[in-house]
Design a protein around this ligand. Structure first.
Ligand code: SAH
Length: 352
């Protein structure tokens, strides 16, 4: 009797079709199985091998045993406004989260790239416990498969704004983007994908050089180096101007959107002088500003959202200086949908 072909070893959702074909060939399967599987995962949103009924029963059984998905849906919380947070369990017992944000005819999926985060922005729950580990390509990709299954249709946008710093896990992020944009899978346009970073000009230039066709968001949160050092204490000093210039370079060289994210926090960075200083830095550059009212987090009860008046006043000042600006409304507040919040609550709960 022929020896049984090698086990595929681990999840298959983080592989592009060519590698998938090699792994299935090692199991003694013909190349068209790889195309079937890639389509089932990424175009049809079938994560459980047992649900892929185009495959023979024996192969389904074998994949379920030997190549189970990297993530399992532990919890789904839906807010009154339709924002839905998925808590996904990983094979090592850790968890990451992903948020589905419906808005008119868009559905944006926010995905994580690391468990925890090494950048300790004072307002963000993700960094509280530091970085635990990088996510694998399969772990980054699968939230989109869960989202596809839950929505019954393809999400329209992807933002890498969940837990973690995407540019510190760039190889896995690039692999995930290649999978999402592959025409035989989900076929997502890279124009609908945004990579968000709080890192350095050098890393932004590296992302531009990777030529992925995605958009950039820079988590700036401050108009000057002193304020930024308070809000993003891990960031090197002297960064605001260089970061903004790198964002502008990104927009010019890639011809994609560059956005500055600015979480408005009561008194710390929401004053008229902050708005004027931000306009000074951004005036004339091809950069859009997203103002995001701070979403309260339990580890910093001393931080508060801006007053409605402060937030609208901040937006108006930028607009008056011809800076393109959007003031975001809070989404999913009742389900703690700010970055990292659910995973942190669960993790802290387990420690008690
Ligand atoms: N490390 C990357 C990706 C994480 S996304 C980065 O910093 O860009 C980070 C974004 O999550 C921030 O820019 C901010 O817009 C959002 N965020 C995190 N915590 C928040 C909070 N408490 N309230 C509102 N927005 C928050």
């Amino acid at each position: 009797m022929a020896e049984r072909a090698a086990a595929p070893e681990g999840p298959l959702t983080g592989d592009l079709p060519e590698v998938l074909a090699e792994r299935l060939a090692a199991m003694g399967e013909p190349p068209y199985r790889a195309r079937q599987l890639f389509r089932a995962f990424h175009a049809e949103g079938r994560l459980d091998p047992q649900s892929i009924t185009t495959l023979p029963a024996a192969l389904r059984e074998r994949l379920a045993q030997e190549a189970p998905p990297a993530t399992t849906l532990k919890e789904a919380q839906e807010a009154a406004d339709g924002t839905t947070k998925l808590l996904l369990g990983l094979a090592d017992g850790r968890a990451v989260e992903s948020v589905l944000i419906p808005e008119n005819d868009r559905v944006t999926v926010c995905v994580s790239t690391q468990v925890g985060c090494p950048i300790r922005c004072i307002f963000c729950a993700s960094g509280v416990r530091g970085l635990l580990r990088n996510l694998t390509p399969a772990e980054i990709v699968e939230p989109l498969i869960h989202a596809r299954a839950r929505l019954g249709k393809r999400p329209t946008h992807i933002v890498l704004m969940g837990m973690g710093e995407p540019l510190l896990n760039l190889d896995a992020v690039v692999q995930a983007i290649r999978i999402w944009t592959h025409p035989d899978g989900m076929g997502m346009s890279p124009r609908r994908i945004t990579v968000s970073t709080a890192l350095t000009p050098q890393r932004i230039d590296a992302l531009a050089a990777a030529d992925l066709g995605v958009n950039l968001a820079v988590s700036l949160h401050a108009p000057d180096d002193v304020t930024r050092a308070e809000l993003v204490p891990g960031s090197p000093v002297g960064r605001v101007k260089a970061l903004v210039e790198a964002a502008a370079r990104f927009a010019t060289t890639t011809r994609r959107d560059a956005t500055v994210e600015y979480v408005l926090i009561d008194k710390l960075n929401d004053q008229p002088a902050h708005a004027e200083a931000l306009a000074d830095v951004l005036e004339g550059l091809p950069i859009h500003v997203n103002l995001i009212p701070f979403n309260p987090v339990s580890h910093r009860p001393d931080l508060a959202p801006p007053s409605g008046l402060a937030a609208t006043g901040f937006a108006r000042r930028l607009a008056e200086r011809n800076v393109s600006v959007t003031l975001r409304t809070q989404r999913g507040e009742d389900i703690a949908a700010a970055c990292g919040q659910l995973a942190l609550e669960r993790a802290l709960g387990e420690d008690d």
